[in-house]
Design a protein. Structure first.
Length: 152
C-alpha cells in the first residue's frame, strides 16, 4: 500500500506556527483540497485522483505543548496533535467509515505496554464521542525499548 506519513515527531521543528500549519495541511489533505504553489517554478501541485493512505505521527509522550495549559501545566503534545487532527476531521472520518480512509496513526517511541493501553483508551473515547464505529481508528507503534517488545 502507498502511505504518506505526516510526521509531527521528527520531521518538523515543533514551533506553534509549524504545528498549526501542519494541522491545516492535514485538514486540507483529508478533504482532498491540499495544494502547493511553487512560485519559483510557477507550478501548482495538487493531489491525484488516487492518493496514498494518510498516517499521522503525533509527537511522543515525553514532548509537552507549552501553548496549551491544563491546570497550569503544559498539555501532552501527542494528545494535542491527535485531538486537533481528530476533532477537525471527524465528520469526514464518520462519512467514510469502512472505506479505508482511517484515521491511521503511527505512534512513536513506545517504552512500555501501558503507553499502548493509554492510546487504546484515547482511541475508544474519541470513537465513542464522535459516533464512529469502534476500531475505526487504527495505530501502529514504534517500540523503543527491548522490555516493551516482550510486553506487547
Amino acid at each position: 500500500a502507498k502511505v504518506f506519513m505526516a510526521d509531527f515527531e521528527d520531521a518538523l521543528s515543533p514551533t506553534w506556527e509549524n504545528l498549526m500549519r501542519g494541522q491545516v495541511n492535514l485538514k486540507d489533505a483529508v478533504n482532498g483540497t491540499i495544494t502547493f504553489h511553487d512560485k519559483a517554478r510557477n507550478r501548482v501541485y495538487k493531489l491525484n485522483e488516487k492518493i496514498a493512505v494518510l498516517f499521522v505521527r503525533p509527537r511522543g509522550w515525553h514532548l509537552p505543548e507549552a501553548h496549551i495549559l491544563i491546570d497550569g501545566e503544559p498539555a501532552t503534545g501527542c494528545l494535542v496533535d491527535f485531538g486537533l487532527y481528530f476533532y477537525h476531521n471527524q465528520d469526514t472520518f464518520r462519512a467514510t467509515q469502512g472505506a479505508g480512509y482511517g484515521p491511521f496513526f503511527y505512534l512513536p517511541k513506545m517504552e512500555h505496554s501501558r503507553e499502548a493501553k493509554i492510546w487504546n483508551c484515547v482511541f475508544e473515547k474519541a470513537e465513542a464521542t464522535a459516533g464512529i464505529r469502534r476500531g475505526s481508528i487504527r495505530g501502529t507503534v514504534l517500540i523503543e525499548t527491548l522490555p516493551a517488545v516482550f510486553q506487547m
